[in-house]
Design a binder for this molecule. Structure first.
Ligand SMILES: [Zn+2]
Length: 369
């Protein structure tokens, strides 16, 4: 069990947006899909394996650690690689976990098998930032963590989810990220994943604004936070504030039924409504929602930085839950469901899992993995 040495490590560090800006200024080949920061969990639910893997090493997975890392962190990163490789292999990427990991998350450039680098940064925010270098010759990604970050396997797999976004990027567009943003693959529809009760799970929430825009992409139903393996960061005291959707203009025909007055609780490290210099720490982070960045998206236009960040962090957490088969038919908010969960009769967890299975299989075909 790792004892968090700095309970405050995440408190003032959840600032993925400014981290984004930093990366954008230095990235030699900036992509529209941006490197993103993952807040440091202040609660680290480490699960020590009952069997310590002795046969496999980080080198087997092409993982290189630079800088200072505790042995426990090295063990956690190896566990993350093993878990990820096994998930990819069992779904058909390659016959072994090591081969699947390397094929999907690293690839070969110029006849050379690439690697993934983990490095330390002493200054700046106490976060990990995954810099994707899809065209790099030696590394497919550089996962940079502040020296105060105590790495665990769940944060590591979340970062591998960001690597997958990079690995599925061609011409600046990630196929994986596109799928997350448009879960039903039909741009002419409402672009949402539904559960067995036809309730919203992920995608465009579907509140039509006066302008006609439907901009409120959500990683889960903001009222229930459904289908994840554990609760998301949630400040149970703070809300973005209620908002009143404007009625349609005169002569616009039958109004679309819309919620009239809603209060959306603050979720994730993204701050109020728009990127803020220092978002407030909200609640405790949980294993399977590492960065539940959520904006009240009626303020965030499609394609804006906030929207891209929200989708990107959901992509990383979806990969995390898929890797651990941890999607759960639970509701994490509303009716006192926070933070132990309530039964979700609509089976949102199964909906997420089945959706991810389908997308991953299609990505394997698309990229020849
Ligand atoms: Zn992240």
């Amino acid at each position: 069990m790792i004892t968090p040495t700095a309970n405050t490590s995440g408190v003032n560090s959840r600032n993925p947006l400014s981290a984004l800006v930093q990366i954008v200024t230095v990235a030699p080949q900036p992509l529209p899909i941006l490197p993103t920061a993952t807040p440091t969990p202040t609660v680290i639910p480490t699960q020590i394996p009952t069997q310590t893997p002795v046969a496999l090493t980080l080198a087997d997975y092409g993982v290189v650690l630079e800088g200072t890392w505790l042995q426990t962190e090295r063990d956690e990163i190896l566990l993350a690689a093993i878990q990820t490789g096994n998930a990819l292999s069992s779904h058909g990427a390659a016959s072994t976990g090591t081969a699947a990991f390397r094929e999907v998350l690293q690839g070969v450039v110029g006849g050379q098998q690439r690697k993934i680098k983990f490095s330390r940064i002493a200054n700046g925010l106490r976060v990990c930032i995954t810099a994707k270098t899809p065209d790099g010759a030696e590394f497919s990604a550089n996962i940079q963590c502040h020296s105060d970050v105590i790495m665990n396997q769940y944060t590591t797999v979340h970062e591998f989810g960001h690597v997958l976004v990079g690995r599925t990027t061609i011409g600046g567009i990630s196929s994986y990220l596109t799928r997350i943003g448009d879960p039903d693959g039909n741009t002419s529809s409402l672009n949402r994943l539904l559960n067995s009760s036809s309730d919203f799970v992920m995608g465009v929430r579907g509140y039509t604004l006066l302008s006609g825009a439907v901009t409120d992409w959500q990683r889960s139903d903001p009222d229930t936070d459904n289908g994840w393996g554990s609760a998301g960061l949630w400040d149970t005291q703070s809300y973005y504030g209620s908002y009143q959707l404007q009625p349609p203009p005169v002569g616009a025909g039958t109004p679309t039924p819309i919620p009239q007055q809603r209060s959306i609780p603050k979720l994730g490290p993204c701050g109020d409504g728009a990127p803020t210099p220092q978002p407030t720490a909200m609640g405790s982070p949980f294993t399977f929602q590492q960065n539940p960045c959520t904006f009240p998206s009626w303020l965030i236009a499609p394609g804006s930085l906030g929207n891209v960040l929200e989708v990107e962090e959901a992509a990383a957490d979806m990969f995390l839950n898929w890797t651990y088969s941890s999607f759960n038919d639970q509701l994490w908010r509303g009716n006192n469901c926070y933070s132990n969960g309530c039964n979700d009769s609509g089976l949102s967890g199964q909906a997420r899992n089945q959706w991810m299975d389908t997308q991953m299989s299609q990505l394997f075909i698309e990229f020849g993995w």
